[in-house]
Write a protein that binds this ligand. Sequence first.
Ligand code: SF4
Length: 74
Amino acid sequence: MSFGWFRGGPRMSVDNDRCELYGICQAEAPTLFDLGADGRLRYTRQLEADDLEPAIAAARLCPMRAIVLQGWPK
Ligand code: SF4
């Protein structure tokens, strides 16, 4: 699957106002999310094709609906 025709490619962000740092996203997609010992959630913003499934799964499982995916195939 190619994402080249999406302007800027698929992107992911986390709404810090909603995120409660439960870490479920990291458990589901450890290659995309890293909840550090300092209490900060780091994550991959520019996504590749292989990131599609784990990113969607993490977004679905986030209890706060804090993960936002953009530039995604419909
Ligand atoms: S699962 Fe959602 S609320 Fe929990 S750390 Fe990840 S983005 Fe934040």
